[in-house]
Structures are given as C-alpha cells and as structure tokens.
Design a protein around this ligand. Structure first.
Ligand code: ADP
Ligand code: MG
Length: 275
C-alpha cells in the first residue's frame, strides 16, 4: 500500500530563510531524496553559488558544467542543464557552479531580471508536462536577485527554522519581503510549510522555540521536527543525502516523515502569522 499519492500537479517550492546555516540546503536535498523514495519525481534547482546542494546530490558542478547560471544569464533551456542524481532514479538536479556568484551582479542589467527562472521553468513545464511532482529551489541566504527569481518562480515557500535562541529573529522581515513579492511579482507565492531543524529533544530551549514557532504559525509547522544528528551533517562529504548514507538514522527517519507530511498536506496556505 502506497504511503502517499501524488496529485499530478507540479509543486514548485522555494526553500528560503534569510539566515545562513539554518538547514536550508540540508532540508532541500533530504526532503527531495525522501520524496523521490516515495515515488515522486523531484528536481532540485541549486540557486546557491556555493553549490552545496549539487555536492550533496552527487552531481558534477565544476566550472565547465552547464548550470543554472547559463539558464539565468544565457537563456539555456533548463532541460539542457538537468542531471540525474545517483541518489535515486526519481531525483534530478540543475546544478550551481562558481559562475553563479557573478550572476547576482550580471542580472542587474538584464531584461526581466526577476522573471528569468520563472520563464525558463514555464517553458520547460509546457514542453515536458508533468516531468516532476516537486521542484525544490535551494536559495542563498540573502534577498538578492537570485532569491527574488526563486520567489517569482515558486508557488510555495518552504521555511526551515533552526530551533535556537534567535530563531524568530528576522522572520518578520522575511514575511514582509514575501508580501512585497506577492504584490509586485507573484500573487501565488505563500508560505505553505515550516520545518523545525536541528532540534534537540533534551533541551528546554528547543522545546520553547518549538512552542513559540507553533503559536506564531498554528498551521504551517510540520508535526515532524528534524533532530540534530551527526549523520545528517556527515552525509554531504560522501556526496550523499542522509537517506542513502544512513537510512536508519534518526535524521533520515525524520526527513522521511516530514516528506510524507509535505506530500499529504498539499500546497495549502499556512495560517497567516499571528499579529
Ligand atoms: P543553510 O543552507 O541554511 O546555510 P545548511 O543546510 O548548509 O544551512 O546547514 C548548516 C550546517 O548545519 C551544515 O554544516 C549542516 O551539515 C548542519 N546541519 C544541518 N542540519 C543538521 C542536523 N539536523 N543535524 C546536524 N547538523 C545539521
Ligand atoms: Mg545553503
């Protein structure tokens, strides 16, 4: 019996949080691998010049590899840069290369600079109808043009929050930015999914931060939390997600549960932030 069913729609999610080090990339690749394991076809778009998602998915991304840079700057079709990930036959990646570091500046002078990714994705999806159940975009930790391109192309914001003291700091700024994108660039964008990462069940601090985030976003926060786990942080150095690196570990189990929640909840809007 299948654990989940896929709707036939392509859900485009941007994994965003202006803070660095909160688990965006880790969440992107592990949720992607877990959804692929459930039978969904998943594309990860690596929009971070650091290329950590490409590395974790075992996809080559040296300077000479066609990448999302060529899509944004030179109008390459996305189909021409997509590579299969050795993680799963259902998992693919449009890699980032070092060139993407310059794209933030190069985009400034381009026509339709905020819509480049959206246009490329629309063209791809029109040609290859239902090639993917999920498209997950891994964003850099800033609100530059790369992140704005992700917000313009996506329907859903997937917000990982690290269970630490300053967890909520900066979130109202992020939500303000999302409102601005909604108004000027993409009326469909909404926060659908919030995930607590690096959660330490033994500490009161994690519990308190969890309670606070849940009272702020009563419906958006997944029931599953991701524990802090060495296996999760080790996996990328083997070019793997934790799902294949150590599938029985607590981190892998949690990411699988979170993936089931995400697929079964659908794309609905999470409740507005409480005033
Ligand atoms: P971001 O993409 O938001 O900058 P990363 O996903 O790169 O954040 O994570 C930041 C650091 O935290 C990385 O070194 C990563 O390995 C580590 N990390 C992320 N999630 C976990 C976890 N659940 N347990 C332990 N370490 C984690
Ligand atoms: Mg990252």
């Amino acid at each position: 019996e299948a654990k989940v069913t896929f709707t036939g729609q392509t859900r485009v999610m941007t994994v965003s949080n202006q803070k660095g080090g909160v688990g965006k990339t880790t969440t992107t690749v592990n949720i992607a691998a877990a959804i692929a394991e459930l039978g969904g076809r998943v594309l990860v778009i690596d929009l971070d010049p650091q290329g950590n998602a490409s590395t974790a998915l075992g996809v080559p991304h040296s300077a000479d590899v066609p990448s999302i840079y060529d899509v944004l700057i030179d109008d390459f079709p996305i189909a021409d840069v997509i590579q299969p990930s050795p993680e799963s036959e259902n998992l693919f990646c449009a890699p980032s290369t070092i060139h993407l570091a310059g794209a933030e500046i190069e985009l400034v002078s381009q026509v339709a600079r905020e819509h480049r990714l959206k246009t490329a994705l629309d063209t791809f999806l029109a040609e290859q109808e239902h090639a993917f159940d999920f498209i997950l975009i891994d964003c850099p930790p800033s609100l530059g043009l790369l992140t704005i391109n992700a917000f313009t192309a996506a329907d859903e914001v997937f917000l990982p929050i690290q269970a630490e003291y300053y967890a909520l700091e900066g979130l109202s700024q992020l939500l303000g930015n999302i409102k601005m994108i909604q108004k000027h660039l993409n009326p469909r964008i909404h926060v659908s999914t919030i995930l607590l990462t690096m959660f330490d069940q033994r500490t009161r601090l994690s519990q308190q931060v969890g309670d606070e985030v849940r009272s702020h976003f009563p419906n958006g926060v997944l029931k599953t939390v991701i524990p802090r786990s060495v296996r999760v942080s080790e996996a990328p150095s083997f070019g793997q997600t934790v799902i294949t690196y150590d599938g029985g570990s607590a981190g892998a189990v949690a990411y699988r549960e979170a993936a089931v929640e995400i697929v079964s909840r659908g794309a609905k809007n999470s409740e507005e932030e409480k005033a």
